[in-house]
Design a protein around this ligand. Sequence first.
Ligand code: TXA
Ligand code: MG
Length: 319
Amino acid sequence: METVITEDIKVAAAFIRKGGVVAFPTETVYGLGANAFDAAAVAKIFAAKGRPADNPLIVHVTNREKGKGAREEVAVLADGLNANAEKLIAEFFPGPLTLVLKRAKGVPDIVTAGLETVGIRMPRLELAQMFLRECGVPVAAPSANISGRPSPTTWQTVRDDLGGRIDCILKGNVTEIGLESTVVDCTGEIPLVLRHGAVTLEMLRSVIPETADAADIQTEKPRSPGQKHKHYSPKALVKVVETSGEFEPLENAAFIGLSGPTGNFELKKIAADVNEYAAALFEFFRECDRRNIAVIYCESVAEKGIGKAVMDRIRRAGS
Ligand code: TXA
Ligand code: MG
């Protein structure tokens, strides 16, 4: 299949309306989208990524008129909105937050992997909003990578993974945040964070103080199906290090972090702050793969703010 690469949202959206699959940028990572109400189109996403069928997709919406009506768009996909959902939508939509809500009847099983809930997000990137508005339908989209690999933060990386397997790539800039959205289950009494991201636990608690981290709560089954699958894995071995002390790296090694160790590294990325670290992480993993790096040392950061999401991704990459 020929993959059309375009900057034209009209060209990209036309593929969605015809039942095709299109990669598009958001402020978090690039997504691979299809019309959420077209089960056959959504099936093509799973095929292109090699994604396990039991891992549900996030449905992306936008407001039909700029700056207006976030909750109306969400309400189409959800079976009612409780007070917590209303608060989080009012505060964080559009933005890097996905809410898991009871699904409306019309949402196809393939989107939710048969669950009675659906993940919904309204990206804040202007290009994503313009694209979604042009599509005119909610767009189901996981990250636009081959399943198990790091999420793509550039259109070139999408092309490397999925070129020839999808209809179109909507070309945008490098993504601003670089880590996937925060996922919050809003179906219970208190909001539960299933995946950490740029909308931090602290930010959520400033709106709903009871918000809990699912990792701190005992349950028999994983709350987010995606959490049991392998993720973010570069080919190299990933090691977490504290770099307040110097260390002797193994051969053919790379380093990413906030402070620069001495020692012999093939590749080094010293980020100015934790936001820059987050933004650079996945593309750094990709670059290490391209250069056949054997071991990647990732400096640990404090587990506060977006640091929690950074540590979560690094640990998963290493496990
Ligand atoms: O930033 C993002 O969230 C990006 C952009 C494209 O929006 N998307 C993304 O999608 O990262 P994906 O499919 O790679 O990750 C979605 C995560 C998975 O861990 C999935 O299991 C979880 O959200 N999820 C989706 N629907 C869910 C549901 N109904 N209940 C629980 N978890 C859900
Ligand atoms: Mg993903």
